[in-house]
Structure formats: structure tokens, C-alpha cells
Design a protein around this ligand. Structure first.
Ligand code: SF4
Ligand code: SF4
Length: 104
């Protein structure tokens, strides 16, 4: 099990600052496929729950509690690390400033 970031994410970046195992990574702003959300590495997340209360739009859920309409985000978080950009050297301030609604 792991925690999952859903499509509710507005790229605030607060979760990154509290994760004790640094397993939350932003989709690169310049990458059209992944730039709408931040993602949690399910293989590294220790389910501590620290990211949940700091997320302004309440976008993070334990995997077993992900709402039905966001179920596909479970696989999307995992795919970001297995076949997407995965861990990369990002500038959090730059990535968090780019709210998905402003990218379009
Ligand atoms: S704190 Fe919430 S909205 Fe901000 S990046 Fe993390 S999951 Fe997305
Ligand atoms: S539950 Fe804990 S370990 Fe998992 S992503 Fe959130 S802060 Fe990180």
C-alpha cells in the first residue's frame, strides 16, 4: 500500500516539504504528459500520512481510500516512476509555481 496523489492536485508542493522519505516528485513543467500533478513513489512511500493534512486541496489519499473517480491515479502515480520521468533534479519553487490551470 501507499499514498496516492489524485487529479485534485494543484501543484502547491507542500507535501514535498514534509515527506520523510522524499518520495514525492513533481511532473516536469515542460513535459506535457506529466506536468499536471505531483506523484508519490509507491515503492518508497512508508504510509506515514504526513502529506495528507498539509495538502491544501486535499488531493492525497491512502490507496485503499482513493475515491472511485480517481482510481486511475493509483496506476498513474506508479507509472510515473516505472515508465515516466521518475526521480529527477527539479527546482521545487519553479515546479510548484506552475499551477496546472495556468499551463493551458
Ligand atoms: S500538497 Fe497537494 S496540491 Fe500540493 S503538490 Fe502535494 S498533492 Fe499536489
Ligand atoms: S504518506 Fe508519508 S511517506 Fe508516503 S508520500 Fe506521504 S509523506 Fe511521504
Amino acid at each position: 500500500m501507499a499514498h496516492v496523489i489524485t487529479a485534485i492536485c494543484t501543484r502547491e508542493g507542500d507535501c514535498v516539504e514534509v515527506c520523510p522519505v522524499d518520495c514525492i516528485i513533481p511532473g516536469p513543467t515542460a513535459d506535457g504528459e506529466w506536468n499536471d500533478l505531483f506523484f508519490i513513489d509507491p515503492d518508497t512511500c512508508i504510509d506515514c500520512g504526513a502529506c495528507v493534512p498539509v495538502c491544501p486541496p486535499e488531493a492525497i489519499f491512502p490507496e485503499e481510500d482513493v475515491p472511485e473517480m480517481y482510481q486511475e491515479d493509483i496506476e498513474r502515480n506508479a507509472n510515473f516512476f516505472s515508465s515516466g520521468p521518475s526521480y529527477w533534479d527539479y527546482d521545487l519553487e519553479k515546479e510548484r509555481a506552475t499551477y496546472k490551470g495556468k499551463l493551458k
